[in-house]
Design a protein around this ligand. Structure first.
Ligand code: ATP
Ligand code: ATP
Ligand code: MG
Ligand code: MG
Ligand code: MG
Ligand code: MG
Length: 261
């Protein structure tokens, strides 16, 4: 039966459109939660930033790095995460649809499985899901520009959202708060926050996770002291680290040359 079926199988398969990602380029898979504005309301996320929701996203990203060893770096903010596949990766023979679909599906599954760990007292009301895309970047300079773009976006959105929710919590309606912020520059927003909270440089007192987003990567080997019969010995191992750092500044990449080597 196998032999008789062969011509038909090949004919049917010929309709499959194969899109392979350009060889020897950095691949970024960016996933984004679908309708998370609503998901965050239904699940009463703290506004503008629910720390536990972000920790849950970060924990899923750690799981992704452990699962897909070709992912060398990832950056997350709000309901999105960017995963960087190393240039020479042959994951799914670089078929974009397989790579993207497996990353979004495992991320969504992990988000659901880990939910109770981060929200022990909250019932999940409906299933979260994510969309994703893959984009190739031909050089590490352009890849770093991509990541810088995401971090700038994090900063701009966070500054706006922090002001918006501060105004709303001070008693303004959402549309009044929106009008107050129309056309304001970064400086105006900082002054507004300082005035509303009566704290100098209030924005910079916010947790780094909110201001910088989260970077997840295999960190340099860590020395750990282990006690055994012969006394203390140094042990090295690699772990997936979650850090809240400035990835626009070249110093981060100078301090971690192995990530984009
Ligand atoms: P789309 O399906 O087009 O992506 P969306 O509703 O998910 O629509 P986004 O632009 O992706 O819109 O924005 C995500 C929204 O999710 C934010 O605007 C915010 O309201 C909410 N959100 C995500 N993460 C958090 C969080 N940690 N704390 C509070 N709100 C969050
Ligand atoms: P890949 O990741 O490449 O898809 P796979 O292990 O999922 O690898 P498939 O060719 O997709 O391999 O085959 C699915 C396998 O899952 C089957 O060979 C079978 O062993 C198992 N499986 C799937 N559904 C059932 C089921 N309902 N009952 C028992 N086994 C099942
Ligand atoms: Mg989207
Ligand atoms: Mg979204
Ligand atoms: Mg988003
Ligand atoms: Mg398969």
């Amino acid at each position: 039966t196998e032999d008789l079926n062969k011509p038909k199988t090949e004919y049917i398969k010929s309709f499959q459109y194969e899109s392979r990602l350009i060889p020897s380029t950095w691949v970024v898979i960016r996933i984004d939660g679908c309708h998370f504005h609503r998901f965050s309301e239904v699940h009463e996320f703290e506004k503008p930033n629910d720390a536990q929701a972000l920790n849950l996203m970060n924990s899923c990203a750690v799981g992704i790095l452990e699962e897909f060893k070709d992912i060398v770096f990832s950056y997350g903010v709000s309901d999105e995460y960017s995963f960087v596949l190393k240039k020479e990766s042959q994951l799914y023979e670089r078929h974009a649809s397989n790579i993207v679909s497996s990353v979004v599906s495992i991320f969504s599954s992990m988000y659901t499985v880990k939910w109770k760990e981060f929200f022990p007292d909250k019932e999940m009301k409906h299933p979260p899901y994510f969309d994703g895309r893959a984009v190739c970047y031909p050089s590490s300079e352009i890849l770093r520009d991509y990541l810088a773009w995401r971090q700038v976006d994090c900063h701009i959105n966070n500054q706006y959202n922090t002001c918006f929710w501060m105004l709303v919590k001070s008693g303004k309606s959402k549309s009044d708060a929106q009008n107050d912020l129309k056309g304001t520059q970064a400086q105006d927003k900082n002054k507004l926050l300082d005035r509303l909270c009566n704290v100098t440089d209030y924005y910079n007192t916010l947790p780094p996770m909110f201001r910088q987003g989260s970077s997840v990567y295999w960190d340099k080997e860590e020395k750990k002291m282990v006690n055994n019969d012969e006394g203390s010995v140094g042990k090295t191992r690699k772990i997936v680290a979650v850090k809240y750092c400035n990835i626009i500044d070249p110093s981060f990449w100078e301090e971690h040359p192995e990530i984009l080597n």
